[in-house]
Design a protein around this ligand. Structure first.
Ligand code: GLY
Length: 324
């Protein structure tokens, strides 16, 4: 079973304690959060004797999630003299954690890395489970390695500064996790009025993912359930030429998966309408302008397709999904 170490703490001191155990720490961070989060963190590290040996800021966006950016991290590590005992600490959203983890996995045939995700999406999904990688041309996450980070440090305070749309994208993935495995948490999340109180829900979503990954680290079975809504979502993102962000496309994709599930008589009638109404009530979109037939040609090219067959994760009810 893989070791998946996750620490939930609002106190940055807990992180400095952890990092003091590493002889050389190299930080890769999203430039967007330099003033808001990273500089304050670096001060804390400095005051508490963490061995920070270098800091690299990246300009992060989906177009830069490529091998060139990975190479720039590798070149920087060589320049600053990172050794086999180095720890690479990723501070940022999912693109930052994916790229940094990947660079760590291949630098000198592998050094250690840890994640400090600062977006809701990365805290509940990308920053845990050990998936690292980058896009190759327009093919999403086509290169990568699954290797668990040393630890993931989750501080719910970091998501306070998120732009609303980015927060919604994370919320959609959180609801996805609860539709897969926890009907009570799903209802709690739909009814949550004060987003300041989101911490315990993040913890529940993270623990569900940790449990799934620990049973199927290399994505051959149960882990695929985490792709609920994603086959539709990737096609929606592609049709929208990137204008619809991933998390919002996932919300639309989950509703489409629920409609498909009803049509296949896996779910009872009414599930898709309920999910759509719930999503609307928390400010998430539930419909897109393309139907399943229009999305089908793109879905057939999904990177997870095998022998031309696409696996769909379909909700049977809230808290239960099947792979078809
Ligand atoms: N984001 C899906 C997974 O980690 O498997």
């Amino acid at each position: 079973m893989p070791k998946i170490e996750i620490e939930f703490a609002r106190d940055k001191k807990a992180l400095t304690e952890k990092l003091r155990g590493y002889p050389a720490v190299f930080v890769v961070a999203d430039r967007k959060i330099k003033d808001m989060i990273v500089e304050d963190l670096l001060d804390q590290f400095g005051e508490n004797g963490v061995a920070i040996r270098g800091v690299k800021y990246l300009r992060i966006n989906e177009k830069r999630k490529n091998l060139k950016t990975v190479e720039s991290i590798l070149e920087w590590l060589i320049r600053v003299g990172a050794d086999k005992d180095a720890l690479l600490l990723a501070v940022g959203g999912g693109i930052t954690t994916d790229l940094t983890g990947f660079a760590a996995c291949i630098y000198k045939r592998g050094i250690r890395y840890a994640n400090m995700p600062t977006t809701l999406l990365a805290q509940i999904d990308a920053g845990i489970g050990g998936k690292t990688g980058c896009n190759v041309k327009s093919f999403k996450n086509m290169a990568g390695i699954i290797k668990q980070p040393e630890f993931t440090f989750i501080n719910a305070d970091f998501i306070r500064s998120l732009p609303w749309e980015e927060f919604c994208c994370g919320y959609a993935e959180m609801l996805k996790t609860f539709i897969i495995a926890d009907p009570l948490a799903y209802q709690e999340a739909i009814e949550l009025k004060n987003y300041e109180l989101i911490g315990p829900l993040i913890e529940k979503a993270v623990n569900i993912k940790r449990d799934i990954v620990s049973k199927d680290e290399f994505d051959h079975g149960k882990r695929r359930t985490l792709n609920l809504g994603h086959t539709f979502a990737h096609a929606i993102e592609c049709k929208s030429k990137g204008r619809i962000p991933h998390g919002l496309a996932v919300a639309m994709g989950i509703v489409m998966a629920a409609r498909h599930s009803e049509a296949e008589k896996i779910a009872n009638k009414g599930l898709a309408d309920k999910i759509a109404a719930d999503f609307e009530s928390v400010g998430l979109p539930s419909e897109c302008k393309w139907n399943e037939e229009q999305l089908a040609p793109i879905m057939r090219t999904d990177k997870k397709a095998q022998d031309g067959k696409v696996h769909f994760v379909l909700p049977q009810e809230i808290g239960k999904v099947v792979i078809k």
